[in-house]
Design a protein. Structure first.
Length: 253
C-alpha cells in the first residue's frame, strides 16, 4: 500500500493537474469496476486473484488514457476494504481513493519523495520498465506525427456531433494536446448516419465534432476515406470547409 501511494504521489508531482482527472475517472469507472469485480467473485480470495491478474496484464495495454481506472479501481477497493471497511460512505465528488487509503493506514509521504519513489521502484523491475516505456514513447511519438499529419495538418472532413452514440476501445486512445483525443477504432451513430473508423479519428475535447481524413470521391449514400466509412441519412451532404481542401458535413436546408 505504501509503495502504491508513494508512486501515485510522485507521478502526480511530475504531472500537475493529473490528480483531478485521475480521481474523476477512478470515481466514475474505477468504482463501478470495483463493484462489478466484487459481485462477480465467489469469495475474497477469488476477487484478489482476479485483480492481481488484471494488474499483471496491464503492462500490455497500449494506452492508459481512459483505461487505467479499470485496473486501479478494484485494486484500491481491495486495499480500502482491508484498511477501512466503511470507506464508501466517505466517497464524494472530490474524493481521492488514494487519499482515503493514506488516511486509513496513517501513511505520511516521505520528505524526499523522488528519492523514495526511485528506491522503492527497484523492487518492481524499474530498469526494464523504463526501457519498455522509452520504446513505447518512441512509438507513440511516431503515431502522433502520423495522426497530426492526417487529422490536423492535411485535408480533413469535419463531422458535427448532435445526439451521438459512441462505441470505442478505451485501451488504445491517443491524446493530441490541445486538440482532443484520437480514437484508433470507433463507431459513431448520430442524426446524420453511421461513422465506422479503423485507422483513427480525432474527437474534439468538448465532444462537439469528430474529424477524419478527407474522403475519396463522394457518392450520395456512402462516403469513404482512409480507414473509415460514413453512411449518410437523407438530408445531409458534404460541403467545402474553412480551409482549402477541407470538407464539412452539413444538413440540407
Amino acid at each position: 500500500m505504501e509503495d502504491a501511494l508513494t508512486f501515485r504521489a510522485y507521478r502526480r508531482q511530475l504531472f500537475p493537474g493529473a490528480a483531478l482527472e485521475e480521481n474523476a475517472l477512478e470515481l466514475n469507472e474505477g468504482l463501478a469496476e470495483d463493484t462489478g469485480v466484487k459481485l462477480a467473485s465467489s469469495s475474497i480470495d477469488a476477487e484478489v486473484r482476479f485483480t492481481i491478474s488484471r494488474i499483471d496484464q496491464a503492462k500490455d495495454i497500449p494506452s492508459f488514457v481512459r483505461s487505467f481506472a479499470y485496473v486501479s479501481g478494484p485494486a484500491y477497493g481491495i486495499f480500502l476494504d482491508e484498511a477501512a471497511g466503511n470507506w464508501r460512505k466517505e466517497i464524494k465528488p472530490n474524493a481521492d481513493m488514494g487519499g482515503l487509503l493514506a488516511k486509513a493506514i496513517a501513511f505520511e509521504l516521505p520528505g524526499e519523495l523522488k528519492q523514495a519513489a526511485l528506491e522503492r521502484s527497484k523492487s518492481y523491475g524499474a530498469d526494464e520498465l523504463r526501457a519498455a516505456e522509452t520504446a513505447r514513447e518512441a512509438r507513440r511519438q511516431k503515431a502522433l506525427a502520423d495522426y497530426r499529419a492526417r487529422l490536423v495538418d492535411g485535408p480533413v472532413l469535419v463531422i458535427p456531433l448532435r445526439k451521438m452514440n459512441v462505441q470505442l476501445n478505451p485501451q488504445n486512445l491517443v491524446p493530441l494536446e490541445g486538440l482532443g483525443t484520437v480514437y484508433p477504432t470507433m463507431r459513431v451513430s448520430d442524426v446524420w448516419g453511421i461513422l465506422t473508423v479503423s485507422k483513427g479519428a480525432l474527437l474534439a475535447a468538448d465532444w462537439s465534432q469528430v474529424t477524419v481524413s478527407a474522403p475519396t470521391p463522394v457518392t450520395a449514400e456512402k462516403i469513404e476515406g482512409d480507414g473509415w466509412t460514413l453512411e449518410l441519412q437523407d438530408g445531409w451532404q458534404v460541403a467545402p470547409g474553412d480551409r482549402k481542401g477541407d470538407l464539412v458535413l452539413r444538413k440540407l436546408h
